[in-house]
Design a protein around this ligand. Structure first.
Ligand SMILES: Nc1ncnc2c1ncn2[C@@H]1O[C@H](COP(=O)(O)OP(=O)(O)OP(=O)(O)O)[C@@H](O)[C@H]1O
Length: 637
């Protein structure tokens, strides 16, 4: 290939040369960047390399590169990605990539290693908000990439493994499979963070889970039932948790985990960040979010459904009984004859009715009636939500003109005191109750971001449009006389709740009653088998039992009592006696003395004293030349 030596043809004017040089410079720069990108695109260093090159060129060869503040750097060798990202964003303000999120180097490296080049739409929307520390309720469909949405901000928050505190993040999954998948992603994306994860799943050996929690994990990924079981067995407080994820929250609540979730939530400290991902938003979940989350931000991806550019949408507000006429008008006058049209209706009865109407209507159009021109009087341009069933027996005495005059005269209708109620009654009467199924859900407008009240308001307002009222737990409860009835899954029938059930329950630290099957002293047995001292395990094992006031963390006053450490295995809710045995006191003293000795450099002083003593002995034995002592001293030495 011939080398590009400049503008080959035409006069070599200065301007042309300058332009060529500029062009060449640009090419060179692009080449360097792409080379760097190609060389190390696996681990994410290409961006940093390209950035450095660009800076060096900009500043010129003689001038040193500005150094980044080292306080935030994770290590001496690793550059601070945040700074570089900020610099890059100044140039590419519209960049919506992972670079623009200000992620730290180990997290960014994990993303690159996983092969994610650009964030998915839900990632682009949620990650910055979660990084801001806000509580988030995100509605994301399956496969939208939501796992990274809560993992990446979690890595940013936890940074690296901490030996001091207990688990700082908790991810709750409705199923074992989802939890395993989350673990896989945690390991892959968080590869360079060094964070430790414990998996607490139903069906696995509890002994392994006790051991995993004794390893002081940073993250717990759990299914709610087993987590409560383990927490009750170990008297595990979750007081060090600062980041909680409810993954597939609708399923968590649907699957009857409400009791376990309440128990887990009661153990969490105040001020933790909560992130809730759900495909749907049942009422129960909205209530939960309202009560348990702090000013949550609702993020909904489905609002942003993009239409093909070639498509246009129009909305007509038409009266129920004029819909057919409007449709006929559109079909005949707007839709081109060569185009095919699909009309969606709710039921087969609607379809049959419309088929008839279309044929009749076309026949009408062929012989225009006096009312037809009225169809071209403009109607309101606001969306209508549902296609109501047609009147089963249209009143033949009513002409289309009457119908349109009703539209125009709507205001007059409203002025009467009982008009609204009368109209509603009339509509209800006209509806074919047996076959009426609205073909759009109630929240159709807000789903598409068209609702005025649902946007920009508080969470409840936003969530109101997203509520999907599935049959919640409370719906499954009935009352018989004074007795509360509850659906028993195993017996497959409603059973009474007379209060007798509490006999089979135990009270937890949070004051809740949970099934006594949660407490089988498995942890005690495991500790005996492992020869783990009660005191040791109290301090090191479940270190989050120490409570934030010991660790200097923030906590609500009301929870202070709940954080008092329990001896593991002590029935939850029973306070350990304050009086210590003699052995315990002696052991504690010895431990304190040892600690004090080590802290004031006792070991160094001791070895220095020993060295001095050895020197003295050597001098004493050999320096004076006393032969008789030599053997003895040697022996002593
Ligand atoms: N930014 C990205 N770039 C490329 N692939 C991605 C990105 N984010 C996620 N993925 C991939 O998309 C797939 C789906 O992601 P993920 O499992 O997080 O979605 P999900 O919404 O949790 O789905 P599910 O509900 O099935 O678990 C995974 O294979 C994941 O590796």
């Amino acid at each position: 290939m011939a080398a590009d030596k400049g503008p080959a043809a035409g006069p070599r004017s200065r301007a042309a040369m300058a332009q060529w040089r500029k062009k060449k410079g640009l090419r060179k720069r692009r080449g360097a960047a792409s080379q760097a990108r190609g060389s190390d695109s696996e681990d994410g260093e290409f961006e940093i390399q390209a950035e450095d090159d660009a800076r060096a060129r900009k500043l010129g060869p003689g001038r040193p590169l500005p150094t980044f503040p080292t306080s935030e750097c994770t290590s001496d060798v690793e550059p601070d990605t945040r700074e570089m990202v900020r610099a890059q964003n100044k140039k590419k303000k519209k960049s919506g990539g992972f670079q623009s999120m200000g992620l730290s180097y180990p997290v960014f490296k994990g993303i690159m290693k996983k092969g994610y080049k650009v964030p998915t739409p839900i990632q682009r929307k949620t990650i910055p908000v979660i990084l801001d520390g806000k509580d988030v309720v995100a509605m994301a469909r399956t496969g939208s990439g939501k796992t990274a949405c809560f993992l990446l901000p979690m890595f940013e928050r936890l940074k690296t493994h901490s030996a001091q505190t207990g688990a700082r993040a908790l991810i709750l999954s409705p199923t074992r499979e989802l939890a395993l998948q989350t673990l896989k992603f945690t390991k892959e994306l968080g590869k360079f963070t060094g964070l430790k994860t414990a998996l607490i799943l139903g069906g696995d050996r509890m002994e392994d889970q006790f051991a995993a929690l004794h390893e002081n994990p940073d993250i717990i990924i759990a299914t709610p039932g087993r987590l409560v079981h383990v927490a009750v067995e170990m008297s595990l407080k979750l007081q060090s948790v600062e980041y909680v994820v409810f993954d597939e929250a609708d399923r968590l609540f649907e699957m009857g985990f409400a009791e376990q979730l309440q128990e887990i939530i009661a153990r969490l400290p105040g001020g933790h960040q909560t992130v809730l991902f759900s495909a749907t938003l049942p009422k129960l979940l909205v209530e939960f979010a309202r009560a348990g989350l702090t000013e949550p931000v609702l993020i909904r991806l489905d609002v942003d459904t993009k239409l093909n550019e070639q498509l246009k949408t129009s909305f007509f507000l038409v009266r129920e009984d004029t819909k057919a006429a409007v449709l006929l008008h559109l079909l005949h006058n707007v839709v081109r004859p060569q185009d095919q049209t699909v009309v969606f209706v709710a039921t087969k009865h609607h379809a049959e009715y419309l088929t008839e109407a279309v044929w009749l209507g076309l026949a009408e159009v062929a012989q225009p009636t006096p009312w037809w021109p009225l169809m071209k009087s403009p109607t309101c341009w606001i969306c209508t939500c549902s296609w109501a069933a047609p009147s089963p027996s249209p009143d033949p005495s009513r002409s289309p003109q009457d119908i349109f005059s009703e539209v125009v005269g709507r205001k007059r209708q409203r002025s009467g005191p009982n008009r609204g109620a009368k109209r509603r009654r009339e509509e209800a009467r006209q509806r074919d109750q047996e076959f009426y199924i609205p073909y759009r859900p109630k929240d159709f407008d807000s789903e598409r971001g068209l609702s005025i009240s649902g946007e920009g308001g508080a969470f409840e307002q936003q969530a109101a449009g997203a509520v999907l009222d599935l049959m919640g737990d409370e719906a499954q409860n009935l009352t018989r006389g004074r007795q509360q009835l509850k659906w028993d899954r195993k017996k497959k029938r409603f059973v009474g709740q007379s209060g007798q059930e509490d006999k089979k329950k135990i009270k937890t630290e949070s004051g809740r009653y949970i099934s006594s099957s949660y407490k089988r002293d498995l942890y005690q047995k495991w500790k005996q088998k492992q020869k783990i001292d009660d005191r040791d395990s109290d301090e090191e094992g479940a270190s989050d039992r120490r409570g934030p006031e010991r660790r200097g963390g923030k906590r609500d006053r009301g929870q202070a009592g709940a954080s008092r450490p329990h001896a593991p295995g002590t029935p939850a809710g029973r306070v350990r006696p304050e009086l210590k045995t003699k052995q315990q006191i002696l052991k504690q003293r010895r431990r304190a003395q040892k600690l004090h000795f080590l802290q004031r450099g006792g070991l160094k002083q001791l070895s220095a004293r020993n060295r001095r003593r050895v020197q003295e002995l050597q001098q004493g034995a050999f320096g004076r030349g006393a032969r008789s002592k030599k053997g003895k001293m040697r022996k002593r030495m």
